[in-house]
Write a protein that binds this ligand. Structure first.
Ligand code: NAD
Length: 250
């Protein structure tokens, strides 16, 4: 088992790639704390994991709330003994806005996608130091590297912030044996909050130039997160891993 004796927090673990990652981690032996605003869905993922023989719990977490973060990290350590892995996956889309220059949208998207990741690292790192090291995998996107039409630029800005704050963490915490990497999904199944990028016509246009010629699957993302989170990636920190079917190679 590739994550035996590891304890992980997966944010946004109630849905999509976060749920796939939580399930995969548990199958590899990790004890998983699922943090999400969606209580019923999050509890269901934790219950599924438990009935498949894994170890998981759910904690209500709004990643923009500092007190929430403190409580969830404390609960994880109390329940599972330590913290080794943080997957900052929770996020909201920038493609659901009519007004692409809405200031409110800017603040909301930056709050969840960028500040949420910062707060996660802020509260996880002290516990990882106590555990003797750790691995943080932060969800950026192809949108953290390039711009796109039809998507509020807050999404690109927030994912760009994730990309560089991951490198900052890698540089600052390397001597604590804490690795920090960003992961960049390409075109995946739509997010719950997707607008335009859930539209079949728009998706077809996004997919047309992709070398592998198709969207990715959530389990393909979970495989990549697993690698970065595990000790197999012990000399990898500060990188950005594109899991995008070649989107950014064109
Ligand atoms: P999803 O909508 O299925 O899942 C996102 C999860 O985050 C949901 O469970 C949601 O409840 C949770 N969440 C949202 N706001 C939260 C908050 N404030 N606090 C806690 N949890 C919150 O989306 P997904 O496709 O699984 O996306 C996962 C990550 O991948 C996101 O960061 C997203 O930006 C990124 N991403 C997605 C795609 C794509 O095409 N789906 C592409 C590139 C990057």
């Amino acid at each position: 088992m590739r994550l035996a004796n590891k304890v992980a927090i997966v944010t946004g673990g109630a849905s999509g790639m976060g749920a796939a990652t939580a399930r995969r981690f548990a199958r590899e032996g990790a004890k998983v704390m699922i943090g999400d605003v969606l209580e019923d869905d999050g509890r269901k993922v934790a219950a599924d994991i438990a009935s498949a023989g894994g170890t998981a719990a759910f904690a209500k977490l709004d990643v923009t709330d500092e007190e929430n973060w403190k409580a969830v990290v404390e609960q994880t350590v109390r329940q599972f003994g330590k913290l080794d892995i943080l997957v900052n996956n929770a996020g909201i889309s920038g493609s659901g806005y009519q007004d692409l220059m809405s200031t409110q949208a800017w603040e909301t998207v930056m709050g969840v996608n960028a500040t949420g990741v910062f707060l996660g690292m802020k509260y996880a790192v002290p516990e990882m130091r106590k555990a003797g090291g750790g691995s943080i995998v932060n969800f950026s996107s192809i949108s953290g590297v390039v711009g796109q039409k039809g998507i509020h630029m807050a999404y690109n800005a927030s994912k760009g912030a994730v990309r560089t704050m991951s490198k900052s963490g890698a540089v600052q915490w390397g001597r604590d044996k804490i690795r920090v990497n960003s992961i960049h999904p390409g075109v995946m199944p739509p997010m719950r909050t997707s607008g335009l990028t859930a539209d079949p016509e728009f998706r077809a246009k996004m997919l047309a130039p992709v070398p592998l010629g198709r969207a990715g699957e959530v389990d393909e993302m979970a495989n990549a997160v697993l690698f970065l989170a595990s000790d197999e990636a012990s000399y990898i920190t500060g990188i950005e891993l594109y899991v995008d079917g070649g989107f950014l190679a064109v």
